[in-house]
Design a protein around this ligand. Sequence first.
Ligand code: IMP
Length: 234
Amino acid sequence: MFVVYSSIYKCVAAGQLSSTNGTKIDDDFEGYPIDMFCVPKHYYNYVENILIPRGVIADRTERLAKDIWDALGDGRPIVVLCVLKGGYQFCSDLMDYIKAFNRHASKSVPMRVDFIRLKSYENDRSTGEIKVIGGDNLQSLEDKNILIVEDIIDTGNTMMKLLKIVSDHNPKSVKVCSLLVKRTSRSNNYKPDYFGFEVPDKFLVGYALDYNEYYRDLEHICVINEEGKKAFAV
Ligand code: IMP
């Protein structure tokens, strides 16, 4: 297991890790067998492997929080705009780390949190139509420094649409932090200001990422298998 763990961490030693560029997980990385970690029984037959264990997500999130705090920690308040539903776990954990830095340093970043809910996926495919289906009144974003927190950038279309919506409300500044960026030929080349991991072009679930609302209650980020796609299809 140490060998597999080190394959994620070795890029730090090799200097491939730039904290804002994200840790790259190669296409041929096999992930971790599910019986090496705790996976709920109801998903046991429905995931291929564990791509990013919860502990690694936590450690990387701490570093992202530090980078954000270093860049923004000059007393200016920020509005954290959490993209629901998939972004809720990452947003909560990221804010917890920023709050910890705030508690223990002589400078701090005052934070407010707003929510927006977008939907574009059915099964493992984008419907091509990105709908805003809920959230706070975005007029409160006017003249504020906004940090958008998202779970995953795939084609980049959702984020482009969201950036347009946010900029229509005249914020002072906008930064984007996404836990994951998918390496895919479908990408519109959008890259967020901060991201945790660059991941292979596979459908990922867990840590609040869903497939038709399933798998949000799985701790680790996993690759869904064909049985899972069939079992939870709509
Ligand atoms: P994009 O518009 O193609 O960049 O897709 C972004 C949105 O699609 C994310 O906010 C997710 O809700 C969803 N999505 C894309 N890829 C995945 C995935 O692998 N697992 C779960 N959700 C995904």
